[in-house]
Design a protein around this ligand. Sequence first.
Ligand code: URP
Ligand code: ZN
Ligand code: ZN
Length: 473
Amino acid sequence: MSTTTLIKSGTLITASETFTADILVQGEKIAAIGQELDVQDAEIIDASGKLIMPGGIDPHVHLALPMFDTISSDDHYTGHKAAAFGGTTTALDFVVQEPQGFAHSVDIWRRKAEIAAIDYGFHMNLTHFDEQVGREIPSLVEMGITTLKVFTAYNGRLRLPDGDIFQAMRIAKDHGMLTMLHAENGDVIDVLVEETLAAGHTTPEWHARTRPAWGAVEAALRGFALAAETGAPLYLVHMNVAGEVDMLHYARQRGIKVMGETCSQYLFFTEDHLRRADGAKWICSPPMRTEADNARLWDGIADGTIQVMGTDHCPFFFDGTKPILYEEEEIAIPGKELGAQDFTKIPNGLPGIQDRMPILWTEGVVKGRITPNQFVAMMSTNPAKIFGLYPRKGALLPGSDADIVIWDPERVVDYGVAMSHQRTDYSLYEGWELKGYPEKVYLRGELIIDGEEWLGAPGKGMYLHRTPNAEIL
Ligand code: URP
Ligand code: ZN
Ligand code: ZN
């Protein structure tokens, strides 16, 4: 059913401008933006006093990802629903590369995503490379996947040797694809983990202590050197340490085509959180660092060195032996307790897909660290551009998908697990007071969030076939 909605008198915030206007939505698209628009038979939404932004794009999530002896606890329905409550209408997650080839691997993920509730696309994890794989990489573009993620850590599981990364980047460049880099030093991590376990250290803080910051810094620079040598663009994921910001700044100043993403958790938490009794809640890779790193990441956001804010949403229960109620049903999924006796067995990953926009609005915009326009750039417009979705997504423009967030800048919430639709038993932001929260969220013209009410449904999310040769910001 095609609907017409006229959102009147809101303050539009784009990546570059702030102005008051009406937005006419017809069917799935924004039809017009202007002053005092008047249309017969439209549903009128009075947005005076409210902010209007393009729906958020979270470019880094892991839904239903098998890890160790469990699986990340949000699937493509629950994770998408949580995303929408936080103002995000598009999420990109990572396909696991299977030995049977890319088509088979993508098919597995397409089937997982049949329950999608917001629009979605995929990146391909490249964890095995040979001549045959190299020949197959261009087929990903035909499947709408224009990005490869490579790893310099997780030896024996996900890591590729530098020479393979180098070759894959050359192929990616020839086909207008973007390589994404997980930067840590896998060899050093393996040595430290072995020594640490032999010394009898088993608690969560040792997760951080065996994944040193300098390993992330040198691996990031290694990646940028490969970008310089191949001429291929590179996107550094989940930036977590000051030295990565320095390296990114250094490389960008030299005209190397490199970009960076950080994730909310790296702006607020430190290794100290892993020393708490519930420290496993903060275990993800790369780990939390120091307050100085938090501060340098904020600077990198404010000065434009970092282009994107993702989440690396990959939730697990803190105590997966105790069920929670989700949509009135009890559910428990094995989680962090799997590593109670050994930090290397704690599933790596954190919740954050719902938290990203509300947390960053309060901590970034309300506290004066970034402007509202920078917020929209990082949350929506830049990821749309970098990942081949712009201007269909990430924009308030006639012809764009009507993915629209009506944001109440005055709403104060006591945030935490009681407000969370992420399918896990904890929130990293328990008890934080937030000012500003999504009031209504539209996905391609359809209202899916109305205050605290969920109007979306599994299967409503659309697969996004992304275009190659996207912008390098
Ligand atoms: O701990 C994390 N981040 N889990 C997801 C995998 C990754 O490296 O992004
Ligand atoms: Zn990673
Ligand atoms: Zn990740």
